[in-house]
Every structure is written in structure tokens, then in C-alpha cells.
Design a protein around this ligand. Structure first.
Ligand SMILES: Cc1cc2nc3c(=O)[nH]c(=O)nc-3n(C[C@H](O)[C@H](O)[C@H](O)COP(=O)(O)OP(=O)(O)OC[C@H]3O[C@@H](n4cnc5c(N)ncnc54)[C@H](O)[C@@H]3O)c2cc1C
Ligand code: FES
Length: 246
């Protein structure tokens, strides 16, 4: 992990309210699923950095894809080519690669970190299926990028792109190891379906580096309940290991 001062090379609105930011000079190796803590202001207001997953890194160019939410992401969206942004990372544990076949399942703004994963798996000769779910066609992002590395299928709630319904309805092979990122509802459905694999969690964060305990959750390991920090021990956890509602 290193604190970088990176230069913005592009900032593009992919669909309304979702931006792709590219920053030059990210020289660290990373594991897909890891994230960075992004300083959004120059004058320490807001003081806390914002956690954003690494979408991809190509030739030391770090790509982040983020949705406008509150004050921090609004400030980030104002950055222009040539501006400098301080970024700490990569942070946490990413997705472990454990088999020759994998199904990646992403929902909404949970889709971006799976792109770097699809690329890495494809590069290692793995057979990759990507199932991506969105509310509608207007919110669908990164489809052509995923299609380069995976057998891609899309679901939208209103049927405006791909199959109508939930992304989990696209699952046909429950034997593949699953790598998921998205809302809690998606993770709970995966648990109900009994699939095996990993999900990447989001939890409100303050320090982002394991100090403040603000992102504590309960996980079940060897039938024991343990308190773990999403930023330090995750954000990737085995499917079925998280005790929800903490
Ligand atoms: C490991 C991780 C990876 C993430 N990856 C992405 C990503 O790739 N793309 C993306 O759009 N969003 C991602 N998020 C969510 C993103 O961090 C929040 O949307 C963002 O921090 C909101 O900041 P804000 O100032 O715009 O919103 P505000 O609501 O004003 O934020 C107020 C405070 O709450 C924190 N906060 C608010 N929502 C979240 C959240 N969901 N998760 C963590 N902290 C939050 C902020 O960091 C800030 O400290 C990720 C979150 C985590 C934990
Ligand atoms: S955010 Fe501080 S310990 Fe995780």
C-alpha cells in the first residue's frame, strides 16, 4: 500500500451519475477486489477519504468507476484532466483465484471491480462467465469491456436490456465458483441458492486502514463468531460467512 499523488488523465460520465476516472502513475501491483482511499478535497474538507474499488489498471493508469452519492463523490466528479488526486492503496484482500471456471455476478455500481477480475482471469486462460444486473438499459455500464474477457449476459429489472428480472435468475451452473459484488440483497440470494465463492462487501468507512473499527462486521469462521474489519480483513469474504444485520 502506498500514498500516491496521481494525475487525472480522463473523467467521463458513462451514464447519468456514473463516472469513470483515470489517474496516471499508479505503479503498485493489485488484486482485483482491492480498493483505494481517494482524497476528494484539497483543503481537508471533507476530511475523510472515500473508498472506491479498483476497476482496472492498465500501464500504470488506475481506472475508478463511481456513482455520484454525496459531497465527496460530487467533488471527485469536478476533477479535470491535469488535476492531481491523492490516492492510498491498494487496500484489503482481493478475490482469490481458485479454479479454471468462474461466474462473476455484479449488480449496479458493484459491477466495476469485476472488470479487472474478468481481465485477470481471461489472461490466465480461465473460462469466465459474467452475469451483470442493472435497473434498466440506461444504467448499464462497461458491457463492451466485459465482453472482451467473458461470456457476458445481462439482466435488467424492466427488461430494457437482456433478460427481464434479477441477475441471479441468469445463473444456470451452480457448480462454478462465484465472484460477486453488488447490494446486500444479491449476496443474500446467492446464499439462499447455495452457491460457493466470494462476495465483496461495502460498509461505511472512516479510516479505511483498520484503525478506527468503524467498518466492523461479524463473520462466522469454523462455527465461531469473529469481529472483522471490512477494510482490513476484506472487503472480499467467502459467500455465507457474513452475519447480516450488524
Ligand atoms: C470497499 C468499498 C469499495 C467501494 N467501491 C465503490 C466503487 O467502485 N464505486 C462506487 O460508486 N462506490 C463505491 N463504494 C461506495 C463509496 O465509497 C461511497 O459511495 C462514497 O464513499 C460516498 O461518498 P460521498 O461523500 O459521495 O457520500 P456521503 O453519503 O456524503 O458520504 C458520507 C460518508 O459516508 C461514507 N460512505 C457513504 N456511503 C458509503 C458506502 N456505500 N460505502 C462506504 N462508505 C460510505 C463516505 O465515505 C463518507 O465518509 C465503495 C465502498 C467501499 C466500502
Ligand atoms: S474504516 Fe476504520 S477500521 Fe475499517
Amino acid at each position: 500500500m502506498k500514498d500516491f499523488l496521481l494525475q487525472v488523465t480522463s473523467q467521463q460520465e458513462l451514464v447519468p451519475g456514473v463516472f469513470s476516472l483515470t489517474l496516471k502513475g499508479f505503479t503498485q501491483e493489485y488484486e482485483p477486489g482491492q480498493f483505494v482511499q481517494v482524497e476528494v478535497a484539497e483543503n481537508y474538507e471533507p476530511f475523510l477519504r472515500r473508498p472506491i474499488s479498483i476497476c482496472d489498471v492498465e500501464d500504470n493508469n488506475l481506472q475508478l468507476v463511481y456513482r455520484l452519492k454525496g459531497r465527496g463523490t460530487k467533488l471527485l466528479a469536478k476533477k479535470k484532466p491535469g488535476d492531481k488526486v491523492r490516492v492510498l492503496g491498494p487496500i484489503g484482500y482481493g478475490f482469490p483465484l481458485k479454479s479454471q471456471r468462474a461466474t462473476l455476478i455484479g449488480g449496479g455500481i458493484g459491477v466495476p471491480p469485476l472488470l479487472g477480475l474478468a481481465k485477470k482471469m481471461h489472461g490466465q486462460g480461465m473460462e469466465v462467465t459474467a452475469l451483470l444486473g442493472f435497473k434498466n438499459k440506461e444504467e448499464a455500464i462497461l458491457l463492451s469491456e466485459f465482453a472482451k474477457y467473458a461470456d457476458l449476459q445481462v439482466a435488467t429489472l424492466d427488461g430494457s436490456s437482456g433478460r427481464r428480472g434479477l441477475v441471479t435468475e441468469l445463473i444456470t451452473n451452480k457448480d462454478d465458483l462465484v465472484y460477486a459484488c453488488g447490494p446486500e440483497g444479491l449476496f443474500r440470494t446467492l446464499e439462499t441458492l447455495g452457491v460457493k465463492g466470494y462476495y465483496s462487501l461495502e460498509k461505511r468507512m472512516a479510516c479505511g486502514v483498520g484503525v478506527c473499527l468503524g467498518c466492523n462486521i461479524t463473520v462466522i469462521k469454523d462455527e465461531k463468531e469473529l469481529r472483522q474489519r471490512v477494510c482490513h480483513d476484506g472487503p472480499v469474504f467467502p459467500i455465507g460467512s457474513v452475519k447480516w444485520g450488524d
